[in-house]
Ligand binder design. Structure first.
Ligand SMILES: Cc1cc2nc3c(=O)[nH]c(=O)nc-3n(C[C@H](O)[C@H](O)[C@H](O)COP(=O)(O)OP(=O)(O)OC[C@H]3O[C@@H](n4cnc5c(N)ncnc54)[C@H](O)[C@@H]3O)c2cc1C
Length: 316
């Protein structure tokens, strides 16, 4: 049975989430993609290489894509087993609209989708990631599921070029009249936060925007990416694109350094699967030490400069 994966094109490539979802979809059924964007040959080839047999392609041009994408998907996915979405803004917008059109619930924040005797179910985490629960989907197929970033590992299968099926823009009345006039991309330096092998994140314990810059310095020395807590983002020290956590990005680096971060559950859900977590906090009771592999109890403004000096001495 078909398992649909939602894919949005960015700079000629499918979103990373689509490739992750394909890793699941191809073992769960026949992997088919609904791809929104200009439709580059490279994007189609990459989707095929990750196991998509068909790519249904909607090019919305400058029309805001969510409404037409949901309408087109609703027409296509009737007899499918599941429709999988990532956590992107368009993904979630389309999932919600598809749910309304098809009168099905959305199972969100999924870490896995499973077939059970009675039907399908999703695995999610509760209580800040301390417990995993299995939630049965009792509605008819297709199951509409929004999956957390990095729940599956994207791996090419060496599959061949998929069949590309153009999708005609459906008429969605006034909803289709919204035009995108301008796109803004936040400039970023260094490695991509979600893909980086080393992430250095700072929290409110850094004190202020000026003193937060020491986090950037350490990240640069280590060739890593900078992350932050929501407290820091809300204070305007760094842009939202650096936020790690429940309402920010999910990261899974080899090394995660948490400096001046308390370890609130909403932050922890976004980084707890990092291979090695190093926490620096002046409070020995800070919850972050509960998940840290290495902990330094101390003032970040004493510990980080020493770490930076030691790295410089080593020639980093
Ligand atoms: C619906 C919802 C969603 C949320 N989503 C997110 C999210 O996606 N990501 C996120 O991060 N948060 C999120 N939050 C906020 C979260 O609950 C916490 O408020 C936030 O993570 C705390 O950030 P913090 O650790 O920087 O600050 P604090 O909790 O204030 O912790 C600062 C820490 O720094 C330590 N410290 C202070 N000075 C020093 C020093 N000089 N040296 C060393 N340590 C020092 C303190 O001991 C303390 O532990 C969300 C909250 C809600 C309600």
């Amino acid at each position: 049975m078909k398992v649909w994966v939602f894919s949005e094109e960015h700079h000629g490539r499918p979103a990373a989430s689509a490739l992750e979802l394909l890793a699941k979809a191809r073992e769960y059924g026949e992997a088919v993609v609904f791809h929104v964007g200009a439709g580059s040959a490279e994007a189609f080839a990459e989707l095929g290489a990750h196991g998509a047999s068909e790519v249904h392609h909607l090019d919305p041009g400058d029309t805001l894509a969510a409404a037409p994408a949901a309408a087109a998907l609703a027409d296509l996915v009737g007899d499918a087993k599941a429709v999988l979405f990532g956590m992107g803004n368009l993904d979630r917008d389309v999932a919600g609209r598809l749910s309304a059109r098809m009168n099905r619930p959305v199972a969100s924040n999924a870490l896995d989708v499973i077939s059970e005797d009675e039907g399908q179910a999703v695995v999610t985490e509760i209580l800040g990631g301390t417990l995993r629960v299995v939630k049965a989907i009792t509605a008819d197929d297709p199951a509409i599921v929004v999956v957390r970033s990095k729940a599956f590992t994207a791996e090419p299968t060496g599959g061949s070029a998929p069949t590309v099926v153009p999708v005609t823009m459906p008429d969605v009345g006034h909803s289709g009249a919204v035009q995108v006039l301008e796109r803004h991309e936040e400039p970023s330096e260094g490695p991509d936060l979600e893909a980086a092998e080393i992430v250095v994140s700072g929290g409110r314990g850094l004190g202020d925007a000026e003193r937060f810059k020491i986090v950037n310095e350490l990240a640069e020395l280590l060739g890593g990416a900078v992350g932050a807590t929501r407290a820091v983002v809300d204070a305007g020290w760094v842009p939202y694109s650096l936020q790690v956590g429940q309402t920010g990005k999910t990261v899974k680096p080899k090394i995660y350094i948490a400096a001046g971060i308390s370890g609130a559950m909403q932050h922890v859900v976004g980084m707890k699967d990092s291979s090695i977590i190093i926490a620096i906090n002046k409070d020995p009771e800070a919850p972050i030490f509960g998940i840290a592999d290495l902990g330094i109890v101390g003032d970040v403004h004493q510990v980080l400069p020493k770490l930076i000096d030691a790295l410089r001495e080593r020639g980093n």
